[in-house]
Write a protein that binds this ligand. Structure first.
Ligand SMILES: Nc1nc2c(c(=O)[nH]1)N[C@H]1C(S)=C(S)[C@@H](COP(=O)(O)OP(=O)(O)OC[C@H]3O[C@@H](n4cnc5c(N)ncnc54)[C@H](O)[C@@H]3O)O[C@H]1N2
Ligand code: MOO
Length: 401
């Protein structure tokens, strides 16, 4: 087992030389989930003027504790007049603070007598005022390149009146299945056959990671057909992913075809599941598609997608948030022992007042996809390690992309 390589070595080989893809302009309302390809500068202060955080009265803090005439009414959207002496302004949340006022007192704290009010003494200057530029200052960087355009970022763009952004083109991916026994749903199953569960699973994961799956196909079981399928896929895409046929079986034409078309490295990784992995390049004139051959076992493909396809999509998208899975420490509720391979165990995390507990699924076999459905994380148990209930284990978080 001495030849088993660490995940990091394969990942470094996979990402070597990968450059972010080109960009495209999109209207903001079609850019949700996309990755910014350039920084966006703020041209406006947000908020654009000092305004009230409360429904109440705007005054100068030196007048707090005295009876004041209510000299004007300022609703959100209106601008008031400068405050006259011995007066305050009725003001509503979002209303512009009039000149001369430097604090707002909420109406629940005010005594009212006809058109006069008295606020408690000792109100500090600035109280309940949302200062101009407090959220965003004009001229500052609103969002950096590589930022995923999720809810708050989209709100921030709109806050500047921005209608269009430059985002990365989505990586185009081909997803090809090997295996004579694999049948697509919708067709009858013959003896010894199984349905193709990897395809929809990996398609969904790739889309979650920001890719566009532009081609799905089965690789035919002959040398020429395999070569044609791979060459066609490479021409149309940035990444060609295959499933199955990466261990030591004899039935496989993928290896020979990738070697004939470009370069191939076969890895045997010190991880369970996902030991065999094929990485390569498929040149097409000036450009090339990256090749990733994931193992056929569904859980091995699932884990391989999180560990390899996610950072690859991150590198193509220039999105640092996809580079590494977030890690968190949890208390194991299980016992296990590893051999020469690190075990990436599917766990459900329970967040309690005493901390986080990792519950491992009973059957961790790499063919048992049901263990992935409710898995929140992969608990990474290093090689040659014994874990007892209560021990701390490092978990890689799988919720979200
Ligand atoms: N002698 C050895 N045998 C195996 C080794 C080894 O080192 N020496 N490694 C094992 C490990 S670990 C893994 S993981 C698998 C990887 O196998 P392959 O990538 O070659 O995949 P296949 O043999 O084609 O398939 C494995 C398994 O997965 C099923 N499968 C394949 N594709 C799909 C699909 N699209 N949907 C659902 N299920 C799929 C397939 O029917 C097989 O049962 O090799 C071990 N063997
Ligand atoms: O590495 Mo395989 O993925 O253990 O089943």
């Amino acid at each position: 087992m001495a030849d088993l390589k660490p995940v990091e070595a394969a990942l470094a080989a996979l990402l070597e030389g990968v450059q972010p893809l080109g960009s495209e302009r999109l209207p903001c309302d079609r850019a949700a989930g996309r990755i910014l390809a350039e920084p966006v500068a703020a041209s406006l202060d947000v908020p654009p003027f000092d305004n009230s955080a409360m429904d109440g009265y705007a005054l100068n803090h030196r007048d707090a504790g005295r009876w004041l005439r209510v000299s004007q009414r300022i609703a959100a959207g209106a601008t008031g007049e400068p405050l006259a002496a011995d007066s305050c302004a009725r003001i509503f949340t979002g209303g512009a603070i009039p000149a001369g006022a430097d604090c707002v007192v909420m109406q629940e704290s005010v005594e009212i007598d006809g058109d006069r009010v008295r606020v408690p003494a000792g109100i500090p200057a600035g109280d309940n005022i949302r200062r101009r530029g407090r959220d965003v200052a004009a001229g500052s960087e609103l969002l950096p390149s590589g930022e995923p355009l999720e809810a708050a970022a989209l709100g921030h763009l709109a806050g500047q009146g921005i209608t269009e952004v430059t985002v990365r083109r989505r990586p185009r991916v081909a997803l090809l299945s090997t295996g004579d026994e694999i049948v697509d749903p919708g067709h009858p199953l013959g003896p010894g056959q199984i349905y193709n569960s990897n395809r929809p699973m990996l398609k969904r994961l790739l889309e979650q990671f920001g890719a566009e799956v532009v081609r799905v196909a089965a690789i035919p079981d002959d040398a020429e057909g395999t070569r044609l399928a791979l060459a066609t896929a490479a021409r149309e895409t940035d990444v060609v992913v295959t499933t199955g046929g990466v261990s030591v079986g004899e039935e496989d034409h993928v290896r020979a075809a990738v070697e004939a078309l470009g370069e191939l490295d076969l890895w045997r990784l010190a991880i369970r599941p996902g030991k065999p992995l094929a990485l390569g390049r498929l040149p097409d004139g000036e450009r090339e598609a990256r090749f990733v051959g994931l193992p056929g076992n569904p859980v091995s493909g699932f884990v391989g997608a999180w560990l390899f396809l996610r950072p690859l999509m991150g590198a193509l998208l220039g999105a640092p948030s996809l580079a590494e899975l977030p890690g968190l420490a949890a208390r194991a509720d299980f016992a296990t022992r590893t051999g020469p391979r690190a075990h990436y165990m599917r766990v459900r995390l329970e967040f309690g007042p005493e901390g986080i507990t990792a519950h491992a699924f009973r059957d961790q076999n790499s063919g048992v996809l049901s263990s992935c459905i409710a898995a929140d994380a992969l608990a990474v148990i290093p090689p040659n390690r014994e874990v007892a209930p209560g021990d701390s284990v490092n978990c890689l978080w799988l919720r979200g992309a």
